[in-house]
Design a protein around this ligand. Structure first.
Ligand code: SF4
Length: 540
């Protein structure tokens, strides 16, 4: 303990760096201990994760620390300092204490310039007993705040992917493969979307070496908003990229359904009245039949006598009319009449007009019953085509969404406080704002710190990997300075924002770094103001 205190008293930086574990390591190499891989890096080379390098015998971070600079009242971000350019060996030159003229002026201990230090490029606490690399104090609305900034090395993490499509991607629980390796599974479908659960500790650590490597590489790419191809056992091929239309079996998806078949009948029932005698909205889940549906009943529509295949749930609502697929309404139907069993001759009549349409309006067909009550294809009237078009108009653009889920309840808490459960409790009590690269996160109820964040709200290139394998992702904890002290925070390591900006950097592991200023993602709350009002009395 005395040695540790002495190290603290000596200051930061190299104080936490021990000698190499391998005493036979060549003299021109240095050991990085920012993750368990413990790379031995030659001069001018980078480590296995491409994040650290040996520059003239000094361990440096290759990528800069990302800092958010808040927008001005007029929406601009003012004059941002220019990004440093890569030097020799692709290394970003790190800032020296005497060369800080590019930084915006910041009054002591204040957020006057609206700057937030994110954990993107911030380095880690590994091997965990170290304080977080940046513990930054600032003032928000007159309240003394502190933000603890660190990259997390996550073995327990996954991606929840929402793919807006009616098309059937594969059976629930089916394996999802990337480069031939199982990296996840098909999860429960949601309204208008198919869901994939990807990554997770079992694929990262529980399979072969290749499975773990492919899994984290896939997660890094998706998290960094890049496209990844998947094949689903017994299902489709799908290309996923956050914020972009998914591509199913080579076809870009365009429309997210307006609703299920029953909902579509209900929404458009009144518009159909008088123009058509029967409407069937084909849907893999709930196919709707207008005149039998409660909507048709309420409008006093004449029963058509149409008999549909599948399992009747309630009047005008049918399950399992066909097999799932990539055809009409997420079924395998190419010919919609395949689900029609016939007509009740006591109710139907020659000349009856029938519209069959899918839940997105992408498929539609018009029929008229002949004298034998057999449906004959006919030219769709313009008024009906207009309603079909309106179904399409009410579909939202089909997109893929990627949410990163991670457990931060483990050892990285030691970089925040000497009593980690206090951090967990403070978060559960709403006294700490957790952000990832400045993006707001949802913290799951219950034990631990299980967070979920939309990767599109995070800065570009927020994610990395290390070959353990594990995912590297940014995480910041913002709370009142008094609360930080109360939960056993590393108070000796708190540095005012102005000092952080003035001194360049002071990683706890001794690695100097550059910094880069970017504007926050549009729509994100300013990280320091996301606390409940009673945690910021100045705002109450
Ligand atoms: S893989 Fe780990 S030990 Fe190697 S350079 Fe990256 S963080 Fe350092």
């Amino acid at each position: 303990m005395a040695e540790q205190e002495q190290r603290k008293a000596d200051g930061l930086g190299a104080a936490w760096r021990s000698g190499p574990r391998n005493e036979r390591m060549a003299a021109h190499k240095i050991e990085c201990n920012a993750c368990p891989v413990l790379c031995q890096i030659s001069d001018g080379r980078v480590g296995a994760c491409d994040r650290y390098a040996n520059q003239d015998g000094l361990l440096v971070r290759v990528d800069p620390v990302l800092m958010l600079r808040r927008r001005q009242m007029d929406g601009s971000v003012g004059d941002l300092p220019s990004d440093p350019s890569p030097g020799e060996a692709g290394l970003v030159p790190f800032l020296q204490p005497a060369t800080q003229g590019e930084a915006p002026a910041v009054e002591s201990s204040d957020t006057g310039a609206g700057i937030f230090v994110t954990a993107v490029g911030a380095s880690t606490t590994y091997p965990d007993y170290k304080p977080a690399p940046f513990i930054v104090s600032s003032v928000a609305d007159g309240v003394d705040m502190v933000t603890v900034v660190t990259e997390g090395i996550f073995s327990y993490c996954s991606l929840k992917v929402k793919i807006d499509t009616d098309r059937w991607l594969g059976p629930e629980q089916a394996n999802v493969r990337c480069d031939g390796e199982v990296v996840g599974h098909v999860s429960t479908a949601e309204y208008g979307s198919q869901m994939l659960s990807l990554g997770g500790v079992h694929h990262i650590t529980g399979g072969s070496k290749k499975e773990g490597r492919v899994t984290v590489t896939m997660m890094q790419r998706l998290g960094n908003k890049q496209a990844v191809e998947f094949t689903i056992d017994g299902g489709a091929q799908v290309r996923v990229q956050a914020g972009q239309p998914p591509v199913v079996d080579g076809v870009p998806e365009q429309r997210m359904r307006v609703g299920c078949g029953s909902a579509t009948v209900g929404i458009f029932a009144q518009q159909f009245t008088g123009l058509v005698d029967e409407v069937v909205v084909v849907d893999d889940h709930i196919t709707g039949v207008l005149t039998e549906h409660q909507a048709g009943h309420c409008l006093g529509l004449r029963p058509s006598g149409l008999k549909l295949r599948g399992r009747k749930s309630t009047p005008g609502r049918y399950f399992q009319v066909a097999n799932p697929g990539t055809g009409w309404g997420g079924t395998d139907l190419v010919d919609p009449l395949a689900i029609v069993e016939g007509w009740d001759a006591a109710l139907a009549w020659p000349g009856q007009r029938l519209l069959m349409v899918s839940t997105t309006g992408e498929h539609a067909a018009w029929f008229v019953l002949d004298a034998a009550l057999a449906p004959q294809p006919a030219l769709m009237p313009a008024a009906i085509q207009a309603i079909v078009d309106r179904i399409g108009e009410n579909c939202e653009p089909s997109l893929a969404s990627v949410l990163f889920v991670a457990g931060a309840g483990g050892s990285l808490r030691a970089g925040v406080t000497e009593n980690p459960v206090q951090l967990t409790r403070a978060i559960q009590q709403g006294r700490v704002t957790v952000t990832c690269g400045g993006a707001p996160v949802y913290v799951w109820p219950g034990g631990g710190i299980t967070l979920m964040v939309d990767v599109l709200r995070m800065p570009d290139h927020s994610f990395g990997t290390v070959p353990t394998p594990a995912i590297v992702a940014p995480i910041e904890f913002s709370l009142r300075l008094a609360d930080y002290q109360a939960l056993g925070g590393h108070m000796a390591y708190v540095r005012p924002l102005a000092q952080v900006l003035a001194s360049g950097s002071w990683h706890a592991d001794g690695a100097p770094t550059a910094r880069r200023f970017v504007a926050p993602t549009a729509g994100n709350p300013w990280p320091l103001y996301a606390l409940p009002a009673d945690a910021l009395p100045g705002r109450a």
